[in-house]
Design a protein around this ligand. Structure first.
Ligand SMILES: [Zn+2]
Ligand SMILES: [Zn+2]
Ligand SMILES: [Zn+2]
Length: 105
């Protein structure tokens, strides 16, 4: 089984207390389904089931390799380069997130 070699890219080890939503959807007036945070820079984007897939778009723009789910009860991270899901125990905190605008409709 492969191991992720990108853990040294992590600079976000304390998750924000709360976020307002996908920052790109908020700017563009779009709607997200689930939220992911970039562990290199703290960018908050939306998942691949969201219309605009901003978390993946952020990876393609920046090559920041790792995201973590911000969904309640989810603590998995994902490496885009290795296409590997993992738990990274040194990342602390729980983020309060607003409900998905798609599910609120
Ligand atoms: Zn990796
Ligand atoms: Zn988005
Ligand atoms: Zn980033």
């Amino acid at each position: 089984m492969a191991n992720c070699t990108h853990l040294d890219a992590i600079s976000v080890v304390e998750l924000p207390e709360s976020v307002d939503g996908c920052e790109d959807c908020l700017r563009e007036g779009g709607a997200w389904l689930h939220l992911r945070i970039c562990l290199a820079c703290g960018h908050v984007g939306c998942c691949d089931d969201s219309p605009a897939r901003h978390a993946t778009a952020h990876y393609h723009e920046t090559s920041h390799p790792l995201i973590r789910s911000l969904e309640p009860g989810e603590s998995w991270s994902w490496c885009y380069v290795d296409e590997l899901a993992m738990l990274i125990p040194q990342i602390q905190g729980n983020t309060r997130i607003p409900p998905s605008p798609l599910l609120a409709e």
